[in-house]
Ligand binder design. Structure first.
Ligand SMILES: Cc1cc2nc3c(=O)[nH]c(=O)nc-3n(C[C@H](O)[C@H](O)[C@H](O)COP(=O)(O)OP(=O)(O)OC[C@H]3O[C@@H](n4cnc5c(N)ncnc54)[C@H](O)[C@@H]3O)c2cc1C
Length: 403
C-alpha cells in the first residue's frame, strides 16, 4: 500500500507529489493524459504563481519558453479608458507576471517531480475511489485495463473534472462555473507587451484577454463568461462570446494579419471555493478541484500550487499521527479559508457589483488618477499585497475619495 496517491498531474498534483517525495513520502501520481498534454488556459502566471515557481527552484526552466511581463493593462468597455497597472516593487511576490504555454509548464512541473523520484502512471483514468477503515482504493483504467491502487490517503487534483468530482461527492455546489475559450495567434499586430484584460467587445458579465507569449508576435487570446448574479448561466456559449470578442474593431486591428495556431478550445472554470468541500475521510482536494480559481480574473495556477504546498503539511501530519479522518483534515480547510476567504469574497462582490459597462468605465477612469487605489486593487486581486488583515470597504472608499 502506498502512503499517498495523487490523482491529476496539473500544477496542483505535480507540485504536491514533488513536495511530498522530497519529504520521503511514498507517493504515486496518476493522470488520464499522456504528457506533454495541453490544458485549455490563458497561460498567464500571476506574481504569486511566479513566486511559487521560484520557491520550487524551477523558474530557470522557463527562461526561453516563458515571457516575463511587467504590467497588467485593463481596457474599459468604451475602449478609450486604459489603465496600466505596473507590478509593485518586490514584496512577498516577485514584481512581474509571466506567460508560459501550459503544454510546457505542466510537463516541466511533472518532469521535475519524476526527476525527484515520483513514480508517474499516465493514461490512467480514475473512475472512482472507495474509502474504508483500512485505506483508500483508487479504481481506474490504464490503456483499457482495469487497475486498482491502494493508499492510506488520496489527493484529488483533477481540476474541473466535474464528473469525477460529483461521483466522489464533491461536485460544484452552485452555478459558479465560468465558461471560457481561448485561441493562439501568430503575427498579432500592436501587442502591448502587457498582460491585457479587455472589457470592450465581450458580452458582460465577462472579460477578454490578450496575453503575449515568448515567440515574437504570438498571443493567447480568450474570453471568460460569468454566470449572472442570480446564478443563472450566461446566455452565450464561450465560443459565441469568443467570436464576438475577436470581431470587435480593436481585436480586428490586432488580428488583421494574424494566423490562428490550432483550434479555439473551450473549457469550464470552477471558482466556487467559498462554497466547496475540501476533504473527507482519507481524501484531500487541492487546486481547481475545490474551486480555487480567482472569481474575478479566472487565474488558478497560483492557488493550485499554493494549496498543494499547504496540503503537503497536513498530509505529513496525518502520516505522522496515522490519522486520516475528515476531522483531522478540518485544519487544512481552516487554513485555506483563512488564507483565501476574504480575497474570494472581495472578488465575488466586485464581480456582482462592478462587471457592468457604467461601473467599469467609471472604475478605470477613477483608478487612473488614484495610484494608491489602483495599487491596493491589484495587491488584493493579484495577491501581491502584504496585508495583515482583510482590507475593508471603508479603506477602499477612503482611497477612492481622498487617496
Ligand atoms: C480558458 C481558460 C483560461 C484560463 N486562464 C488562466 C490563466 O491565464 N492563468 C491561470 O492562472 N489560470 C487560468 N485558468 C485556470 C487554470 O487553468 C486552472 O485553475 C489550473 O489549471 C488548475 O490547476 P489544477 O492542477 O488544479 O488542475 P488542472 O490543471 O486542470 O489539472 C488536472 C489534471 O487532472 C487530470 N485528470 C482529470 N480527471 C482525471 C481522472 N478521472 N483520472 C486521472 N486524471 C484526471 C487531468 O488530465 C489534468 O492533467 C484558465 C482556465 C481556462 C478554462
Amino acid at each position: 500500500m502506498q502512503d499517498i496517491i495523487i490523482i491529476g498531474a496539473g500544477p496542483a498534483g505535480s507540485t504536491a507529489a514533488r513536495l511530498l517525495k522530497q519529504q520521503g513520502v511514498d507517493v504515486i501520481l496518476v493522470d488520464r493524459a499522456t504528457f506533454p498534454r495541453d490544458k485549455t488556459c490563458g497561460d498567464g502566471l500571476t506574481p504569486r504563481a511566479v513566486g511559487m515557481l521560484e520557491k520550487l527552484g524551477v523558474i530557470e526552466t522557463f527562461s526561453e519558453t516563458g515571457k516575463r511581463i511587467e504590467n497588467a493593462r485593463v481596457v474599459a468597455p468604451n475602449s478609450t479608458g486604459i489603465l496600466d497597472v505596473p507590478m509593485p516593487a518586490p514584496r512577498k511576490t516577485p514584481p512581474y507576471l509571466y506567460t508560459i504555454p501550459r503544454l510546457t509548464l505542466d510537463d516541466a512541473l511533472l518532469q521535475h517531480a519524476i526527476a525527484d523520484g515520483v513514480p508517474f502512471l499516465g493514461q490512467f483514468n480514475v473512475l472512482d475511489v472507495n474509502i474504508s477503515a483500512d485505506g483508500a482504493e483508487v479504481i481506474g483504467k490504464q490503456n483499457g485495463e482495469a487497475v486498482t491502487l491502494h493508499a492510506k490517503a488520496v489527493v484529488i487534483a483533477v481540476g474541473a473534472n466535474m464528473k469525477l468530482l460529483r461521483t466522489l461527492g464533491f461536485g460544484p455546489t452552485d452555478k459558479h462555473i465560468v465558461l471560457a475559450a481561448r485561441g493562439y495567434y501568430r503575427n498579432v499586430k500592436g501587442l502591448s507587451g502587457n498582460y491585457e484584460f479587455r472589457f470592450d467587445g465581450v458580452p458582460l458579465p465577462g472579460y477578454g484577454w490578450v496575453f503575449p507569449l515568448a515567440e515574437d508576435g504570438m498571443a493567447n487570446v480568450g474570453v471568460g463568461m460569468f454566470p449572472k448574479a442570480d446564478g443563472s448561466p450566461h446566455p452565450m456559449t464561450a465560443r459565441q462570446a469568443f467570436d464576438q470578442f475577436v470581431a470587435h474593431p480593436a481585436l480586428q486591428d490586432m488580428l488583421a494579419d494574424a494566423e490562428p495556431v490550432g483550434p479555439v478550445r473551450g473549457f469550464p472554470i470552477r471558482s466556487d471555493f467559498l462554497r466547496s468541500k475540501t476533504h473527507s475521510d482519507r481524501l484531500l482536494l487541492i487546486g481547481e478541484a475545490i474551486g480555487l480559481v480567482n472569481p474575478l480574473t479566472g487565474e488558478g495556477i497560483d492557488y493550485a500550487m499554493e494549496s498543494a504546498e499547504i496540503a503537503t503539511h497536513h498530509l505529513l501530519t496525518a502520516l505522522q499521527t496515522n490519522d486520516f479522518s475528515s476531522a483531522a483534515f478540518d485544519a487544512y480547510d481552516a487554513e485555506l479559508r483563512e488564507k483565501y476567504g476574504w480575497l474570494f469574497k472581495f472578488c465575488e462582490t466586485v464581480l456582482n457589483k462592478a462587471l457592468n459597462k457604467t461601473a467599469l468605465n467609471t472604475l478605470v477612469t477613477v483608478a487612473k488618477w488614484k495610484p494608491n487605489l489602483k495599487e491596493m486593487f491589484s495587491d488584493i486581486v493579484l495577491g501581491t499585497g502584504d496585508f495583515d488583515a482583510p482590507v475593508t470597504r471603508r479603506q477602499i472608499l477612503k482611497e477612492a475619495l481622498f487617496g
